[in-house]
Design a protein around this ligand. Structure first.
Ligand SMILES: Nc1ncnc2c1ncn2[C@@H]1O[C@H](COP(=O)(O)OP(=O)(O)OP(=O)(O)O)[C@@H](O)[C@H]1O
Length: 525
């Protein structure tokens, strides 16, 4: 496994990035074969770029899933494709429940399949992308194409179908024929109105004052985010995917992936999608969070964030993660929980955002192995960065780090490149709350809440994933609802417990810290 590259995003956030993202396969399920569009050629290209990727895997759905309780393997040379990210599965017409759409429930725990109307809505997204692709294929730019689109098309070597890809294309045609054979017009649509819509470029330009630099409110590894105002006065955040080093098709795949997941999320502690735009770039339109990210409020201000708010944020993020892990038809693993991906509403209600790396896993897969490993250093669970293992527990680990940030006011990785987990571990082991608590808080925190938070954090950042609580338990622990007494007792004998756990496994506490260190050195070299 090649060592992942690191971007230069400062010491606080070393983000792992990939040279190739298997999620690009998502496109293969979204383009229609009936048009010889760029999008289709793109699909074939994306497919063919997977080394050893079998034709059967062209839809990104494994031919044969792992046995119940087994591990889903994403590595291409295993002959299986990735657990598809995002949209790929949403409009699926397959009868196999495991390959059906995400259909996350609306604030309820009941999973629902997508309706015909929902599928139709998705088709409109696909059509918009196809139109965009088709425009770019035109040998001479049409006078009707917006200038921004011309810029985007300039110099880009979109490949049309080649002899080498013809065979795969034929296969794709067959794969898609079943879906495309469905008469969209003949669908008897139930009354379903999506809460999000398509925005054209003119609307986005007007809202953001032509993406004026003054409206730039955030810049991540993949996107620029602009503040905007819609004609009805509503404030929005327009997330524009950056061109950077990624190929167009990979960017499109990332975009569809994020859109596919976020469009189905409906929870007060998760970012709310208002729409998307595919003209002049790829855009997500999101509800604006007035306080920006937790990272900026916690670390970017001289004023100390009061404990009451910190605890509210902790509980809210835990609720949001619980929803993602348990209230969707398929479990959504966020994979990039960190302070800069937690946005704060007017009244400091936290919202989990940036679903660019999120994955959903079939119910019967206990876990999944991915390559390349993506995420942000300081928040990566050991089993993930060492072996690429993905399940809910990697989010639990990252949540533990976030909790430590809230408790201590420290960064996940400090200016001396020390990981917060490494710094906090000895203090957590002896339950030294005085040393752990952010000195800026002085004595203003609720001692019970602080006790519960530190204990929960110590369990969440356990190096053995099986020793970490799930997010249902985390919520209960934070709220002191279930087993708080039991946890209190554990906190008293916390050190003994943790040492016991160390003894149980060869993979000891020391090994874990050494691995973390080694991994960090690798990244920062
Ligand atoms: N809805 C929003 N309201 C206010 N600010 C936002 C909103 N969405 C994003 N931002 C700001 O923009 C920043 C970058 O957004 P985001 O994390 O989605 O971009 P990204 O490129 O995907 O990031 P990453 O590097 O984590 O992949 C956030 O940290 C936040 O400060």
């Amino acid at each position: 496994m090649a060592a992942p590259l690191s971007t230069s995003r400062g010491l606080q956030e070393e983000k792992l990035v990939s040279s190739f993202d298997p999620s690009s396969l998502i496109i293969t399920a979204l383009v229609s074969p009936e048009q010889n569009s760029t999008a289709e050629a793109l699909a074939v290209e994306a497919d063919s770029r997977m080394p050893g990727h079998g034709e059967e895997g062209a839809r990104g759905i494994p031919e044969k899933g792992p046995e119940p309780g087994g591990v889903g393997k994403e590595e291409a040379n295993e002959g299986r494709a990735s657990s598809p990210r995002g949209v790929l599965e949403i409009p699926s017409l397959s009868s196999d429940s495991d390959h059906s759409g995400c259909g996350c429930s609306s604030s309820s725990a009941t999973a629902e399949k997508p309706t015909a109307a929902q599928r139709l809505h998705w088709w409109s997204v696909v059509d918009a992308l196809k139109r965009r692709s088709a425009r770019k294929l035109l040998p001479t730019p049409s006078p009707g194409i917006a200038r921004a689109d011309e810029d985007a098309a300039r110099g880009r070597g979109w490949k049309t179908t080649t002899a080498a890809t013809t065979k795969k294309k034929k296969k794709l045609l067959r794969i898609h024929s079943a879906e495309d054979g469905m008469d969209r017009g003949a669908l008897n649509l139930p009354a379903w109105k999506p809460t999000w819509r398509s925005f054209d470029l003119a609307e986005l330009v007007a809202a953001t004052d032509n993406f004026c630099p003054e409206n730039l409110i955030g810049k991540g590894g993949h996107a620029e985010v602009y503040k905007g105002r819609l004609p009805d006065g509503q404030l929005v955040a327009v997330k524009r995917l950056m061109k950077k080093d990624k190929e167009e098709e990979i960017r499109t795949a990332d975009f569809l992936s994020e859109l596919g997941i976020i469009a189905h999320i409906d929870h007060p502690n998760a970012a709310r999608l208002l729409g998307y735009g595919v003209d002049g770039g790829l855009h997500l339109v999101l509800r604006f969070s007035p306080h920006g990210s937790l990272a900026s409020v916690l670390h970017g201000s001289t004023e100390s964030l009061e404990w009451k708010v910190r605890f509210k944020v902790a509980v809210g993020v835990a609720e949001g993660l619980k929803y993602l892990h348990y209230s969707c038809q398929r479990r959504i693993i966020h994979r990039d929980i960190k302070a800069s991906n937690i946005l704060l509403t007017e009244d400091y209600e936290p919202q989990i955002s940036d679903f660019g790396l999120a994955k959903w896993l079939p119910e019967k897969w206990a876990q999944h192995v991915v390559f390349p490993i993506e995420g942000t250093f300081g928040y990566l669970a050991p089993e993930y960065f060492m072996h690429g293992i993905v399940d809910e527990k990697i989010d639990v680990f990252a949540f533990g780090v976030l909790l430590l940030e809230l408790i201590t006011g420290r960064h996940a990785v400090d200016s001396t490149r020390q990981s917060l987990v490494m710094w906090a571990k000895p203090l957590l082991d002896v339950n030294n709350i005085r040393e752990l608590a952010d000195p800026r808080l002085k004595d203003t925190y609720d001692i019970d809440e602080m006790q519960r938070a530190t204990l929960t954090a110590s369990m969440c950042v356990h190096w053995m994933s099986t020793m970490r609580p799930d997010m249902k338990k985390v919520v209960q622990m934070l709220q002191g609802e279930d087993g708080s007494q039991e946890w209190k007792q554990k906190s008293v004998s916390g050190r003994a417990l943790l040492l016991d756990a160390c003894d149980l496994e060869d993979y000891s506490c020391t090994t874990y810290l050494e691995d973390l260190n080694r991994h960090m050195q690798l990244l920062l070299e």
